[in-house]
Each structure stands twice: as structure tokens, then as C-alpha cells.
Design a protein. Structure first.
Length: 150
């Protein structure tokens, strides 16, 4: 029974909770649960140094997690996420000017397919472009690229 009592120490429970929360963050990234994992680890450290009541442990967990979340989330999330285009720009800006290769002939009025950065896209053009030709991307509308022959 002593070995079970060793595993039920508050610092080990809080540490284990922190590990579980960190793994959940990796499974569903949103840059939120990591701060609760850090809060659990702070409480685990506190429990290692001082014997405190369960109410203080829970309060410390909630307060430290929320403070860490509010202070650091936007900073960390900004470094992780890809920057969004400025107002007036759009998602298509990263495509415009890019070079692609026609994989299925494009005819005027009928779409074909192009390979751009390892992914095939539906493409249309005002002119006939045979398979194998290089094209420049002029625009992107949803999942369709507008292209012209180079």
C-alpha cells in the first residue's frame, strides 16, 4: 500500500495532469491547453515546497493558468501561425505570379488541371493551353486558378 500512497502525492498528480494537458494540446493545437499544463506544473512545484490545501492548489492552478493564458497566448500564437495578408489582400496573393505546369489540357470555356507546388488544381484560361505547358497564375477563385501560357 505504501507504493500507492507514493503515487497519490499532490505534486505527482499535478505533474501528471500537466503531461496529459500537454499531450492534449499536441492532439488539438489551439495554444490554450499548454497554459493549463504550465499551471498544473507550477502547482506541482508549489506542492513540492509547501504543504497546501486542495482549495489553494485548485485556486493556484486556475489563477496561474488564466494569467499565463492572457499574458502569453497572443505572443506565442503570433509566432506559430502564418501571418495573414494585409487588408485588401487576399489568400490568392500567394498564388498570383506563381508558375505551374499544365497536367490536363485547358480549353477556352473548359477547365483543365495544373500542378502547383505538388498539388493539382483546377485551372481555366481564355486560351487553349496543352498539357505539359508552363503557365503563370493570374488569380485564384476558391479552388480554381486562372492562368496564362508563358
Amino acid at each position: 500500500m505504501d507504493s500507492l500512497q507514493d503515487w497519490l502525492k499532490p505534486q505527482l498528480i499535478w505533474f501528471g495532469l500537466g503531461v496529459v494537458l500537454l499531450l492534449l494540446e499536441f492532439a488539438n493545437p489551439g495554444v490554450v491547453l499548454i497554459f493549463f499544463a504550465l499551471g498544473a506544473w507550477l502547482v506541482a512545484l508549489l506542492c513540492m515546497t509547501v504543504e497546501i490545501s486542495l482549495n489553494l492548489q485548485l485556486g493556484g492552478f486556475v489563477v496561474s493558468s488564466v494569467v499565463l493564458l492572457l499574458v502569453f497566448r497572443n505572443r506565442i500564437k503570433g509566432r506559430i501561425e502564418r501571418p495573414r495578408p494585409a487588408a485588401g489582400g487576399g489568400e490568392s496573393d500567394e498564388f498570383v505570379g506563381g508558375r505551374a505546369l499544365v497536367t490536363r489540357e485547358i480549353r477556352s470555356g473548359r477547365s483543365g488541371r495544373v500542378d502547383y507546388r505538388g498539388t493539382t488544381w483546377e485551372a481555366e484560361s481564355g486560351e487553349r493551353i496543352p498539357a505539359g505547358a508552363a503557365v503563370e497564375i493570374l488569380d485564384k477563385e476558391n479552388l480554381t486558378l486562372t492562368v496564362k501560357k508563358i
